[in-house]
Design a binder for this molecule. Structure first.
Ligand code: ADP
Length: 464
């Protein structure tokens, strides 16, 4: 069985969030069972040095041809292909800059999707595994041309749908007969995610809970009805993490390596972390939050709760990248409170040190398809405090006997969030129990092995 896994981001080449982590770890975990390679765009900020030029061809969208060059790299026994194309490869970021999303993202990712289909044909793959709206058009192009390739489409976050004006159809090479409610039409506009849902052979989202949630009005982002129509092919498969990269015993970003038998070395990281910040006193409980600064992640709830939260004898360190509005709020709060520091931006190394140093991770997501932070945190003996939603519901339990033990609150409001923090502080006072729970969490299996087996079953089923 030959599979090509297509994603707009793959760690470490380009990353904006969890999708890159998944696109890194999942194909590696599937290598044992299937012949799998990956494909992503070659963005303007990426170098071709160290890559091999392997293919060049032309694709055509709405009568305009685009020259595609494919580069490849083989690393850790897996081939990754990089598509270099006009528009797609000229940008310095993945999706946009400080002025917002790039205006031509419809065409950029249509070029990518068509390039992926051509590459899949050249490689002779049986299955094309597509991820999120950036690759969704490939499912339509394959059905439209009646090609002998099966498609799996994974939705990592339904909130991002790739919605464009009607004129977009004329640019992306899609016939107007696909502009109807069972295909791309969405309130008079073009919705690229719908192409993936409508035309894939198997549909997946990243937890069983989220698979149910997105069929409801509350979480359906306007597509709940359409997902109910397509539920016969919808599956929920929980993500995992790359346990080689996120391993406190070998993590090169940490000052002190540690494992479950050397939690005192975790504390040494904390001392170091606090020393290099504006925070004081490593003996205080350290809460961290590492996130994109968007409403999904509960940033508004954190802002609302801040004055009460910071009255407690705790330290809070937030690493976040996001818009000016929310960032300015956190900047002001960090000027006001000396037990709160805000690092604005994206920093892989700092995030690893934060996971390793903290006592607790705050993850009060409004919704969370799967979430990776909570699994990473537990691997570093940091207990997650989560809202009971989506994948968090399947990976964190307020039960000291469970694998994946943390603090869980049910209703998304300030009171429940602050009560959860109180429970966390109380738990930490019992050092013996706290350490036992942390040691147990470190041993949990957060690898992609189970998910890889489920995906392999899905592949087999659609090839029958
Ligand atoms: P999402 O994909 O919705 O952003 P996930 O929980 O699935 O959320 O994955 C987030 C990933 O991105 C984790 O690896 C997390 O550590 C990382 N991350 C998020 N924001 C930052 C940041 N500002 N700096 C460093 N890493 C970050």
């Amino acid at each position: 069985m030959k599979v090509l896994f297509a994603s707009s981001e793959i760690y470490p080449y380009a990353k904006s969030g969890g999708l890159a982590d998944v696109a890194d770890a999942l194909p590696h975990a599937m290598q044992k069972d299937v012949d799998i390679s990956r494909v992503m765009p070659l963005y303007g900020f990426m170098e071709t040095k160290g890559l091999k030029s392997v293919e060049s061809f032309e694709i055509n969208l709405s009568g305009i041809s685009y020259d595609i060059e494919v580069y490849a790299k083989n690393e850790n026994k897996i081939s990754t292909y990089f598509i270099k194309a006009p528009l797609l490869s000229q940008t310095q970021n993945l999706y946009g800059d400080k002025n917002g999303d790039y205006g031509n993202n419809d065409l950029r990712f249509a070029i990518f999707s068509m390039g992926v289909v051509e590459l899949a044909l050249k490689l002779g793959v049986d299955i094309l595994h597509l991820n999120d709206w950036h690759t969704a058009l490939a499912a339509l192009y394959i059905k439209d041309k009646n090609l002998n390739i099966k498609t799996v489409f994974t939705i990592h976050n339904l909130a991002y749908q790739g919605i464009f004006d009607f004129d977009s159809l004329g640019r992306i090479g899609v016939d107007s007969r696909y502009f109807h409610i069972e295909a791309l039409e969405f309130y008079g506009r073009v919705n690229l995610l719908k192409a993936g849902i409508a035309f894939c052979d198997a549909l997946v989202t990243v937890s069983e809970t989220y698979a149910k949630e997105i069929q409801t009005k509350e979480f359906g982002c306007g597509l709940d009805g359409f997902l109910r129509v397509n539920k016969h092919k919808l599956n929920g498969v929980l993500n995992g993490i790359n346990t080689k990269i996120f391993n406190p015993k070998t993590d090169k970003y940490l000052t002190y390596a540690f494992d479950k038998n050397s939690l005192s070395d975790k504390y040494k990281n904390k001392v170091d972390f606090i020393k290099s910040s504006t925070l004081k006193d490593p003996r205080k409980p350290l809460f961290v939050m590492i996130t994109r600064l968007v409403e999904q992640k509960g940033t508004d709830l954190v802002v609302l709760s801040m004055s009460k939260l910071l009255k407690r004898k705790i330290n809070l360190f937030l690493i976040g990248e996001g818009g000016d509005n929310i960032s300015e709020k956190f900047e002001k709060l960090s000027d006001k409170y000396d037990n709160f520091e805000f690092f604005r931006g994206y920093d892989e190394g700092l995030s690893h040190m934060a996971y390793a140093s903290a006592d607790f991770l705050l993850m009060p997501s409004r919704f969370e398809p799967c979430g990776l932070n909570q699994m990473i945190a537990m691997r570093y003996a940091t207990l997650p405090i989560v809202h009971s939603v989506g994948g968090l519901k399947e990976s964190v339990f307020e039960d000291s006997m469970a694998c994946g033990s943390g603090i869980v609150f049910e209703k998304f409001n300030k009171k429940e969030f602050l009560d959860a923090v109180e429970r966390a502080l109380k738990l930490r006072k019992n050092k013996k129990k706290f350490d036992e729970i942390r040691q147990k969490d470190m041993k949990c299996d957060f690898s992609f092995r189970k998910s890889a087996l489920k995906y392999t079953e899905i592949y087999k089923k659609i090839l029958k």
